[in-house]
Structures are given as structure tokens and as C-alpha cells.
Unconditional design. Structure first.
Length: 178
């Protein structure tokens, strides 16, 4: 059992783990999110990121986007069980599609101490096309959007600048199959 969780880690879970981004269209009703996340927790799988939003007001539909790491076999079982839930209209794994597009957004607050750090930060922001949201003396907030990998690289590059303090909030991925 993992010391960082009260739930036991399933044996051999991460030997053949792969990242999956699931897109689930559901009726927008109370309790559906709890039922869906219960399918994951019942198998000892963690949800890495979760997004929910109304996508069709007229038909009262929401899209739930779930990022998880796990064996493909178990993720496919979860998808099959999701499709059996009455308020679920469709459930797909974007990782299995020939073509899909995903993006996320991240707000990054950076506190720095001097002009040299500010110039390095600005250089990375230019490279990654991060948009300045707020700029004050010794503090800047950027918005960056794109793939999770692109955002990870931006954050990794920022961490090469010594003496700065970085705080972030991320949306997690959203995606559409094409």
C-alpha cells in the first residue's frame, strides 16, 4: 500500500500504463459526476485531471473530460461501463482516435528579485508565446495554452531560473475527436 494514499495501489497497475484522455457526453444532472468518478476509484485508478462544462443548453448536455494513467485494458472496461450508465450519451478515449485535438490553459504567477531574472522569464514567455495577464514590480502573471506537453516544457524551463517563486493553476486537458 502506498504511504501517500489511504487506498491500496493495484498490483501491476503502472507497468503498462499509458495516458488516456476520455471525453464523456452526459445529461447535465446531479450525481452523474460522482457515479463516473466512482468507476475510477472502484478500480483504484486516479483521475489526473477533470473538466466539466455544459456543451448544449437546449438538450441539457455536459462534456466531462477525464485524464488518467492506466492499463489500456482497464480504461476500456471503464469506458464500456460508462456507456452503460443511463445519463451517458457517449464515452470515447481520445488517445485511441486517429485524429484528435487537445489543449489546456495554465495561469503562472512568477515572483522574481532582479532584472536579470525578469529578462530570462520574459525570454521563455516569448519562446512559448505566453500572454502577460498582469505585470507589477517583481511579479508577473502569464497565461499559456496548448498541449499539456508544451505547458510542462514552459514550466520546466522556468524552473531553470534560480531564485524565482512560481505558482500555477492548470485546467487539465480538454479535447475533441476529429
Amino acid at each position: 500500500m502506498s504511504n501517500s494514499s489511504v487506498y491500496p495501489t493495484p498490483l501491476n497497475t503502472f507497468k503498462q500504463s499509458k495516458r488516456s484522455v476520455l471525453s464523456v457526453i452526459v445529461d447535465n444532472e446531479p450525481g452523474i459526476l460522482a457515479r463516473i468518478t466512482g468507476l475510477f476509484s472502484g478500480r483504484g485508478y486516479n483521475i489526473e485531471a477533470l473538466n466539466v462544462t455544459v456543451v448544449d443548453i437546449k438538450d441539457n448536455l455536459s462534456r466531462i473530460t477525464i485524464e488518467t494513467l492506466g492499463e489500456e485494458r482497464v480504461v476500456n472496461q471503464i469506458l464500456a461501463q460508462l456507456e452503460k450508465l443511463v445519463p451517458v450519451h457517449s464515452a470515447i478515449n481520445l488517445a485511441n482516435l486517429k485524429e484528435s485535438y487537445e489543449a489546456e490553459i495554465c495561469l503562472v504567477k512568477i515572483q522574481f528579485e532582479n532584472e536579470q531574472q525578469n529578462n530570462e522569464i520574459l525570454s521563455f514567455a516569448d519562446i512559448y508565446r505566453a500572454r502577460t495577464v498582469q505585470k507589477r514590480q517583481l511579479l508577473v502573471i502569464y497565461e499559456i495554452s496548448g498541449t499539456s506537453e508544451r505547458i510542462n516544457k514552459f514550466l520546466d524551463d522556468l524552473h531553470t531560473i534560480s531564485g524565482i517563486k512560481v505558482e500555477k493553476v492548470r485546467s487539465g486537458p480538454i479535447g475533441l475527436g476529429i
